[in-house]
Design a binder for this molecule. Structure first.
Ligand SMILES: [Zn+2]
Length: 225
């Protein structure tokens, strides 16, 4: 995948951007790419601690996400605020993503595969179910990139110039075929994930798991320009 000057990574939940593309984000940022993370949901279902209220959890996860992104050299974090666990393809999500793409004008977008299974071998157990929010984000990002963000006749009410994204990389799908080498990046990715303390209270297990991640990230690449 060709490194470009501006990268947008879109994840459904706080920590998804790091899991999917934290290594690539770090490597590209240190080579001069302006990197942005967009988190679509508020992460309000991401805790087994019932004493922690939803509002407090949303605030906590946002602050963890900002710290993790800063650790990777990410320039901007954008929180779209949709309800966790309830995403489906919708005009509201489609419009929000077109707006973000037209505002930020990224050359590369990295996001979830919309396929039903996630084939990344994070656990060493083979494919896992790709969360419904991940699938919805993957599909909506693709639809926003092509054709909506580039089509001047769509979403004119946003009053933003159309923008052509050059390439999209999808993580987690069956057809991932493009590898980004990121030895240092994978180490930084594990450190960034550890900053999501509400999700990974046991840092040692996380770092032990990270031993199996190798020194690459893999994407299915779609060239659009
Ligand atoms: Zn997720």
């Amino acid at each position: 995948m060709r490194r470009t000057d501006k990268l947008l990574v879109v994840g459904a939940h706080p920590d998804d951007c790091e899991f999917g593309a934290g290594g690539t984000s770090f490597e590209w940022a240190r080579l001069g790419t302006e990197v942005h993370f967009a988190v679509v949901t508020d992460g309000s279902k991401g805790s087994a601690d019932r004493l922690l209220g939803e509002v407090d959890l949303v605030k906590l996860r946002e602050s963890e996400q900002r710290a993790a992104a800063a650790h990777l050299g990410v320039t901007g974090c954008h929180f779209l605020g949709f309800a966790d666990g309830e995403l489906s393809w919708s005009v509201a999500l489609h419009r929000a993503l077109v707006k973000l793409i037209r505002e930020l004008k990224p050359h590369t977008v990295l996001t979830h595969s919309p396929e039903p299974l996630d084939h990344r071998a994070f656990s060493g157990r083979g494919p896992s179910v790709n969360h419904r929010d991940h699938r919805a984000v993957g599909q909506c990002v693709l639809d926003a990139v092509y054709p909506s963000a580039r089509n001047p006749n769509e979403f004119q009410e946003l009053e933003l110039d159309p923008h052509c994204v050059e390439q999209v990389g999808l993580w987690g799908g069956r057809f991932a075929d493009t590898t980004v080498s990121c030895r240092e990046g994978v180490r930084k990715k594990a450190e960034a994930l550890a900053l999501h303390s509400s999700q990974f209270p046991d840092e040692e297990s996380l770092f032990a798991l990270a031993q199996n991640w190798g020194d690459t990230e893999t994407f299915e690449l779609v060239r659009l320009a």
